[in-house]
Design a protein around this ligand. Structure first.
Ligand code: ZN
Length: 332
């Protein structure tokens, strides 16, 4: 049979990433369009459909080439009807994403949240390759996550499974989180959390630190400044990264004790620091995890970068089509 393609779509606040992906997970082509937030983001499904048709035309390929579409959005998904309950930065509220995209593209559509799709992408083609039991955590502006158990994303009762960023880490005097709680992992291990810890450290320590020099020169600090200075053995920067690694190691070890995963994959902008963040996380992980859970586990940095979402979306499209038609799916 002639090769068919899956469409992977990852909707973000500024750009929408799209890709045609083969059933084996190879990216045929990928592109981006700007996210049109006019009219509370209501034009987005039409924009996606038009862009797909244009790309098919460019590639001189018929619409029949496309099998199904997987799409990720930044917000809680209602899995009964594929709507997005709320996506503040797109202007969506109870937005029927699946229904609208199916109407506009005439393809079967499956929806999940962006962090879950990134987890599936890493499982299929990235650092998690082949792992049936995997924890994925992404350290960016916030902390997102996806948990894969027996090859499937854990959604749970309300679709809120895998919200690793909102594990309560500081039970006393924690910083306020966007979710309404205090002391969430996100308030510590996100880029924003790292900067907050560093500013606290600069204002309390009497020791000389280059963190303070950078801050005084530029009146700002970024997570990258802090990670770079930690690599250069700056005492205060190292102390901050050590605290971040402590809470990440603790949260991941506690999760792992419940799941006994094969792999833990760490993605997002902060993970670009590589070993500077990975090595201390591993050390704390081992000290907090049940010994049998640490045995053979691989804790590693994500490899797909910004492509993880579209590849995971394609995986979801592929598995939902095969599940609906009863055709046996080939393995990862
Ligand atoms: Zn929270």
């Amino acid at each position: 049979m002639e090769e068919r393609w899956l469409v992977g779509v990852d909707i973000g606040g500024t750009t929408i990433k799209l890709a045609f992906v083969t059933e084996d997970g190879e990216v045929v082509t990928k592109w981006e369009i700007p996210t049109d937030k006019c009219e509370n983001g209501h034009r987005i499904p039409t924009d996606i459909a038009i862009s797909i048709d244009q790309k098919l035309l460019e590639l001189n390929s018929p619409k029949e080439k496309l099998l199904a579409l997987g799409v990720g959005a930044p917000g809680p998904v209602n899995f009964t009807d594929g709507s997005i309950e709320v996506a503040v930065n797109l202007g969506w509220e109870h937005f029927p994403l699946k229904a609208l995209l199916e109407k506009e593209t005439a393809l079967p559509v499956v929806v999940d949240n962006d962090a879950n799709l990134a987890a599936l992408g890493e499982m299929w083609k990235g650092a998690g390759a082949g792992a049936n039991d995997m924890i994925f955590v992404t350290l960016g502006t916030g902390v997102g996550g996806g948990i894969i158990s027996n090859g499937k994303i854990v959604h749970g009762l309300n679709g809120a499974g895998g919200e690793i960023g909102h594990i309560t880490s500081k039970i006393k005097d924690g910083a306020s989180c966007n979710c309404g709680k205090k002391g969430c992992l996100e308030t510590i291990a996100s880029a924003t959390g790292i900067v907050r810890l560093a500013l606290e450290e600069v204002s309390t320590t009497a020791e000389p630190t280059r963190l303070r020099d950078v801050f005084e020169q530029t009146q700002s600090l970024t997570a990258k400044d802090i990670l770079d200075l930690a690599k250069e053995e700056d005492g205060a920067a190292k102390k901050v990264i050590d605290e971040v690694a402590l809470y990440l190691g603790l949260a991941l070890a506690n999760l792992a004790n419940g799941l006994n995963p094969e792999k833990i994959v760490i993605g997002g902008g902060v993970s670009k620091a590589g070993d500077a963040i990975l090595a201390p996380i591993k050390e704390y992980f081992v000290s907090f995890a049940f010994p049998k859970v640490s045995e053979g586990i691989e804790i590693t940095i994500a490899t797909l970068g910004n492509d993880a979402g579209v590849i995971g979306a394609a995986w979801l499209a592929k598995t939902s089509v095969t599940a609906n038609t009863g055709v046996t799916t080939n393995t990862v």
